[in-house]
Design a protein around this ligand. Structure first.
Ligand SMILES: Nc1ncnc2c1ncn2[C@@H]1O[C@H](COP(=O)(O)OP(=O)(O)OP(=O)(O)O)[C@@H](O)[C@H]1O
Length: 663
């Protein structure tokens, strides 16, 4: 234990039995402290209550960090603690030098006092070396923890969102918001939590070490200063958290969204055409200013507290210094004790440091959402018992359907929507046949495709494939047997080969993969397109990449069809195409359908389309109207029936004839 020479007896002597300074000069402060004590306690409790309410994410994130890397976190805490201890030790040694130096100068450096001084200087050198080593270790461990924590969290985010078995999670407004937030995490720096914690706890340890220094001279002063600075810190923290709680973070998100609109090339066309640039810039400024206003409001609302706290800080520091000066004049306090006291006074203010809090809040803000999404995914992923039994010894859905797909009394509503898309829908789709689904916008055509692929689960009734309920089939196994291209298919900013090869990802690196991709492309009418790309199938499909090209809507559609064809090559037996020819010109569409029967021979195909030139090729057509099947039959049968189909068909046919006449 390092001692300070002999400041203590005199210091202790400066205190009365009750621990109160005997100097009457400080009585007003003590009185003020007593008068204010009750209100300060009440205020502290209410602040604690407030901060506890918003401390959730911080606590959850810190717990996640500690659980993920217990060893590294323990080492990091020890190093932070050591930094504080070493700085306190250094301050004590400085005070010791101040005490020993005059005696050593008086008696000479070979004297006993000189030897004492030399030992103290050697100890200081040791502390400095130890501090350098500990600080370097801390920086290293912290950087490592930062990187590992980010990787760990991003892996959790990706695992959680990617393992969601269907779309239910994305379509539930509560979870859609959460998923949005977790996705944002990938672009942020969640590791800031580590830096924030280091900053916050580093400051606390330093402040505490300084308070201990003050306490070695005057314990009551240490307690008083610590309380005042902690209250200042709490006020600062409450102000920052007020911004978060009262819409500051929402405004930040909105500002971030507008910033993305302004900077993303995909938005560039609309921004210019509709003249939205000014609106975006204004909105961005407005939302940013909300954050600043919140801060200003918080400061205004708490002005009285701030004045009180400032007075308390100044008064307590001045009081302690005056008391020290008085004690020195009285000869009751040594130079060493004064040195310790002054160093402690400066450092104890670190207890109010809240810089880390913002970083912690920033780094931790999304973690509860990640956990919520994980929990929701885990609940959704629980499959009913009997999955394997239902599929028999094979245990796979590949190759199905052999017989039929059947929807029995299917009821389905989207979360947050009152009206069901389907109520008691019955439909039997014969295996090996082509079925076209038509209907007005919003009739439920795409929803049907989502239900058949198991992306959505009906709330009532059941969907069976050869008698096995889709809900009982492993979704991965089922989807491997389905080739589906939705209206909003993904334009992967990757090579054309990857865009097509993703139809059978498990064969992407097969030796004959390139040949199969070229074959799938030519079956989908994209052979020439592929051949004309600057670098053939290896060409990136985005001008944003070196050597890349942008495709037209129709060209993208051919690539998507080629992707479906690649899945069919790999064994998919159900082909679902949602508006497959919407972007194709009339000739390309006719060309595709000339070969369509050939391409889809033996497959169960479901085509959703508004184009009757596409639809009429199907073996069977059903008309969806308000979630019900209103007409069912072949093109000829439905035209002859003279219902909705016939009416819509003749309207479209007339439009085409008019268009042909005028062209
Ligand atoms: N994710 C969703 N969340 C809530 N409602 C949805 C969602 N997707 C679709 N809907 C609603 O469900 C109904 C059926 O939509 P669906 O996309 O199946 O229609 P559609 O017949 O394919 O329409 P379109 O011809 O315009 O593509 C519509 O009323 C639509 O607003």
């Amino acid at each position: 234990m390092l001692s300070l020479g002999d400041p203590h007896p005199s210091t202790v002597g400066a205190l009365s039995a009750g621990g109160r300074p005997r100097l009457t000069l400080f009585d007003p402060l003590v009185v003020t402290e007593r008068v204010g004590r009750v209100s300060l306690v009440v205020w502290t409790l209410s602040e604690r209550q407030k901060s506890r309410r918003s401390a959730g994410p911080r606590w959850i994130a810190s717990k996640a960090l500690a659980r993920a890397f217990p060893g590294l976190v323990a080492l990091w805490i020890v190093l932070i603690g050591l930094t504080g201890a070493l700085s306190a030790a250094f301050a004590l040694l400085v005070a010791r030098v101040v005490t020993q130096l005059p005696r050593a100068v008086r008696d000479g450096f070979d004297s006993l006092a000189g030897n004492d001084l030399q030992s103290t200087l050697a100890a200081m050198a040791l502390v400095l070396v130890a501090d350098a080593v500990v600080s370097a270790g801390r920086v290293f461990v912290q950087a490592d923890l930062y990187r590992r924590y980010e990787e760990y969290l991003l892996a959790r985010v990706m695992a959680a969102t990617l393992s969601a078995p269907g779309l239910a999670l994305f379509e539930d407004p509560t979870f859609a918001d959460r998923i949005d937030k977790t996705a944002v995490l990938a672009r942020e720096e969640p590791g800031d939590l580590v830096d924030g914690l280091a900053e916050k706890w580093g400051a606390r340890v330093q402040g505490l070490a300084s308070a201990v220094l003050v306490a070695t001279v005057w314990p009551l002063a240490a307690v008083l200063l610590a309380i005042v600075w902690i209250l200042v810190g709490r006020r600062l923290q409450a102000d920052y958290r007020l911004i978060e709680a009262e819409g500051g973070s929402l405004a930040m998100r909105r500002a971030g969204y507008l910033k993305n609109i302004a900077l993303m090339p995909t938005w560039a066309k609309e921004l210019r055409i509709f003249g939205l640039a000014g609106w975006v810039a204004d909105g961005y400024r407005r939302h940013r200013s909300v954050v600043i206003d919140h801060l200003a409001t918080a400061r205004r609302v708490n002005r009285r507290d701030w004045v009180l706290l400032l007075v308390a800080v100044i008064a307590s520091n001045v009081a302690v210094l005056l008391w020290a000066a008085h004690a020195v004049i009285d000869g009751a306090m040594s130079a060493g004790a004064v040195t310790v006291l002054v160093q402690g006074l400066v450092g104890v203010g670190m207890l109010a440091n809240q810089e880390g809090d913002l970083l912690i809040g920033y780094g931790a803000s999304r973690v509860p959402d990640v956990i919520e999404v994980e929990n929701a995914v885990a609940t959704l992923a629980e499959r009913p018992a009997g999955t394997i039994a239902a599929l028999g010894a094979v245990g796979t859905a590949a190759g199905l359907p052999h017989r039929e797909i059947r929807l029995e009394q299917v009821t389905f509503s989207y979360p947050g929507r009152d009206a069901p898309v389907y109520a008691d829908l019955d439909l039997r789709i014969e295996a090996g046949q082509s079925l076209a689904i038509v209907g007005l916008n919003g009739a439920g055509k795409t929803t049907l495709a989502k239900l058949l692929t198991g992306l959505e689960t009906p709330q009532g009734g059941r969907i069976t494939i050869d008698g096995i309920a889709v809900s009982e089939i492993d979704p991965l196994s089922w989807r491997r047997g389905v080739a589906a291209i939705f209206q909003d298919f993904v334009h992967y900013q990757l090579s054309a080969a990857d865009n097509i090869g993703f139809g059978a990802i498990e064969h992407l690196h097969d030796r004959d993969a390139s040949d199969r991709i070229v074959e799938a492309a030519s079956r989908a009418g994209a052979g020439q397109l592929l051949a004309e790309l600057p670098d053939g199938p290896s060409t990136p499909l985005s001008a944003g990449f070196a050597g890349g090209v942008d495709l037209s809507g129709g060209q993208w559609q051919r690539i998507a069809l080629a992707r479906a064809m690649r899945a069919v090559q790999a064994g998919a037996k159900l082909l679902i195409l949602d508006e497959p020819t919407a972007h194709l010109d009339v000739r390309a569409e006719a060309d595709l359908y000339d070969r369509f029967l050939d391409l889809t021979h033996g497959l169960t195909t479901i085509v959703i389309s508004h184009r009757f030139s596409t639809v009429r090729h199907a073996d069977r057509i059903v008309v969806l109207d308000n979630g019900r099947i209103s007409e069912d039959g072949s093109h000829e049968q439905l035209v002859a029936a003279g219902g909705t189909y016939a009416r819509l068909f003749s309207k479209q046919a007339m439009r085409y004839t008019d268009a042909e006449r005028t062209s």
